[in-house]
Each structure stands twice: as C-alpha cells, then as structure tokens.
Ligand binder design. Structure first.
Ligand code: FAD
Length: 390
C-alpha cells in the first residue's frame, strides 16, 4: 500500500521530527511500579502537551489541534522512529486512548470541559473498571452494583485487572444499576473518583515483575449522578463505544512501535550476526522469521492506514487488535531466539526479556484473541451468532 502525503503532511512530519529530536527523554522509563514510574509517564505527557503535541486529532476546544487522524498517525510514526517512550506502557494511556475519546463521543459539556484538558496535560491519570472475577470476556456479567440515592450513586462490589489503578485519579466504571436486569440492560457507565471514601486498591504482581494492575473494591462508594456518562441504564452502549476506541484507534501507536522495534532488531542483528555466522544467516530459519515479522509489521501499518482511509466501523478494530497482539508476541519471542544468551544480558536493547514476559498479556487485554475472532466472525463476516462477548 502506498500512502500519499501532501506537502503539508511532510512539513508536519518534519516539525514533529524536530520536536522529538529535542525532547524525547534520554533516560529509560523506570521498570518498577511506583512514584518514579508515574512521574516519568506524567512528565513525558506534560512535555508533549506543553510543546503543542497533546493530541493532534482532538478538538481545539479541549487542547487538541483539531487535525485529521492521518496527522495523528504521522505523529505516532515519528514517536516510534525517535524511540520515544512507548504509548501503552504509560499510565496516561487509558485516558488518552479510550476515556478521552469516549467522553468526546458520549460525555456532556461539563464532563468534556473538566476532564479532557486534564487527560491531555497528564494532570489526571485514568484507569478502566470493567472486568470482574465473573465478568471478563463476558462483560455483560457485571455485578458491581450502584443504587441511586438522591443525587448520588452508591456503589459496592469488586473489579479486577484494573491497569494503573494505583496511579489513577479517575476510572471508567461499569456497574449494574437495575438490580432486576440481566446481561446488557440495566448497566451504567460512571466516572469514579478514585479518591472517594470506600475505594480500596490492591495491586497484583505479574510475571514481568510489575504490579500496575490491581483489584479494586468498592464499599458504598458515593458518586454524584453528574458523573454518569450517557445516562443511567445506557452503560452497555457507552462501554461498546469505549471498546471500539480501545481496539481501534488505541492500537495505532502500538502498530507503529512494533514496526520500529522490528527495524531496531534487524539493525542489531545485522551488526552482529554476519560476523558470527557469515552473511548466510539471512537464509537461516531465524532470518526467515525476521523477514516474516518485518513483512507483517508493514502489513499491520497498512491495515491501520486502510482502516482510517475507509473510516471503518467499530468492529473492524478487532482485525488490527488481533493481528497486532499476536504479532507482538511473535516479535518478542523471535528477539529472544535471535539474541540468544546475550538477550538475557542485554537489557539495554529494548529490554527484550522483560518485554517477552510482558507480551503474554497482549492476547488477553482489551478482549482475548478468541473474542476478537468471534467479533470478526459475527459482526464483520456475518457468521452465525453465539460466541462474541464484550
Ligand atoms: C495486562 C492486562 C491488563 C488488563 N487491564 C484491564 C483494565 O485496565 N481494566 C479491565 O477492566 N480489565 C482489564 N484486563 C482484563 C481483560 O479485559 C480480561 O482479562 C479479558 O477480557 C479476559 O477476561 P478473563 O480474564 O475473565 O478471562 P475469561 O473471560 O474467563 O476467558 C478465559 C478463556 O476463555 C476464552 N473464552 C471466554 N469466552 C469465550 C467465548 N465466548 N468464545 C471463545 N472463547 C472464550 C477466552 O478467550 C480465554 O482464553 C486486563 C487484562 C490484562 C491481561
């Protein structure tokens, strides 16, 4: 696929490239979950915001530049090229990639005016409270309940796997407000103030050593009804809008990062392998795998461009999400094989061992691969219903 860029696009790209060259942090993001990691993420976000790069495609009224999404893609490409801090491994990710877009699409004026500038500037970190012990793929099984009491909602229950809950001021919270309802009816989407009395957060340690995702407990947490997005009882609809952003546009920067990561790997291996095994390594099985992921990374970028060019429907993000999450795992597994024992030592080359462990999550978070396949089968290919959840 050939992407045609206008003279304005090229100027914009150069402007982005120059700014990034001067501003990408020299130091690495701290690995350990904690204050230093949060400060790193928020500082990088603040730097982009102050530099006029808060968000290219968001409306000007809320601190964005109001430019076409294609320019946002250029920004992501340039960030990846400049090895800027990764977009998803950053606690500002939830706010930027789905809370903000959902508020733009479904929030009221007061919610937009309050939350959007704070998300862009990094003044507010967000997390997502959808999954529960009995409601993951089957999100309609949400049982955390909300009782309307005057002009408040009183919330009790539990969420799990809430990424960045320990850092967050606000949460996208999906609750059941109609006790007699089942499945998709009777759900409400409310913005939860994480400092409200009754919210308790317990971090969970993952295999990569991080503890940024958590259990969250709600013991009669009182939130104003003005924090409801889209109206009481409309939660499923709002949640589906959000998931479309999470699986679609939120994947775009990651696609650019994967492509850049593959190039980095290629450069590194090219500089090492021929001297070790002779130039014939490219014809080896490992060389073939590297060529395949390089081609797939290019295909992924094309899928992203195509999605934008066609202004595709919400379900089509599942194509990108599925392909991307499985490719991420293949790339990190290949990196470990290519680098061999050196991969374990060379934490400096993108920290591949940590990434390899971390990437086990990619085919689970934001809906598992099986769920993405169900969505593609039912909602895009028109196959018989029955499997899709979320
Ligand atoms: C790193 C990470 C971060 C996360 N962050 C958040 C977050 O911030 N907020 C949040 O709310 N959630 C978060 N999640 C949770 C994530 O959304 C769920 O883990 C995911 O939706 C799967 O749900 P589950 O874990 O309950 O597994 P289950 O739904 O119990 O699934 C178990 C297995 O059964 C399969 N399966 C289930 N139903 C079907 C079906 N109908 N057809 C075919 N196969 C099926 C699944 O594919 C999976 O393999 C995160 C998860 C991870 C790994």
């Amino acid at each position: 696929m050939r992407v045609v860029q206008s003279a304005e696009d090229l100027l914009f790209r150069q402007e982005a490239r120059d700014w990034l060259a001067a501003n990408v942090p020299g130091e690495r993001r701290p690995h350990e979950t904690g204050d230093a990691q949060r400060a790193f993420d928020v500082d990088w976000r603040r730097r982009q915001y102050d530099g006029g790069w808060g968000h290219i495609a968001w409306p000007r009224a809320y601190g964005g530049r109001g430019l076409p999404v294609a320019r946002q893609l250029i920004w992501y490409e340039e960030c990846a090229r400049a090895r800027a801090p990764a977009y998803t491994n950053n606690c500002c990710f939830v706010g930027l990639s789905h809370a903000g877009p959902t508020i733009i699409a479904r929030g009221d004026d007061a919610q937009k005016a309050f939350h959007l500038p704070r998300i862009l500037s990094g003044d507010a970190v967000w997390c997502q409270g959808f999954s529960e012990p009995g409601a993951g793929s089957d999100l309609a099984g949400v049982r955390t309940r909300g009782v309307i009491d005057g002009d408040s909602l009183v919330i009790s229950g539990q969420k799990i796997w809430t990424s960045y809950a320990i850092y967050a001021q606000f949460q996208e919270l999906l609750i059941r407000t109609d006790p007699d309802s089942t499945r998709h009816d009777g759900l409400t989407f409310v913005i939860c103030d994480m400092s409200a009395p009754g919210v308790e957060i317990r971090p969970i340690r993952n295999i990569a050593g991080g503890s940024d995702f958590c259990e969250v407990f709600y013991d009669e947490v009182r939130l104003p009804l003005t924090a409801v997005v889209g109206g009481v009882g409309a939660g499923w609809d709002v949640a589906m809008s959000l998931l479309a952003f999470e699986r679609g546009a939120a994947s775009f920067p990651v696609a650019m990062e994967i492509a850049a990561r593959v190039e980095e790997l290629l450069e590194y291996v090219e500089s090492k392998r021929p001297s070790i095994e002779g130039a014939g390594w490219r014809e080896s099985a490992l060389g073939a795998r590297l060529a395949a992921v390089r081609a797939d990374a290019a295909a992924l970028k094309s899928m992203v461009y195509l999605l934008i060019a066609r202004d595709a429907g919400p379900a089509e993000g599942s194509y990108v999400r599925l392909f991307l999450s499985e490719l991420e795992q293949r790339v990190s597994a290949l990196a470990m094989d290519l680098l061999g024992p050196e991969g374990l030592e060379k934490a400096s080359l993108g920290g591949w061992p940590r990434r390899y462990l971390d990437d086990f999550k990619t085919t689970i978070a934001a809906g598992t691969s099986q769920i993405q396949r169900n969505i593609i089968g039912e909602r895009i290919l028109g196959l018989p219903k029955g499997g899709a959840r979320r």
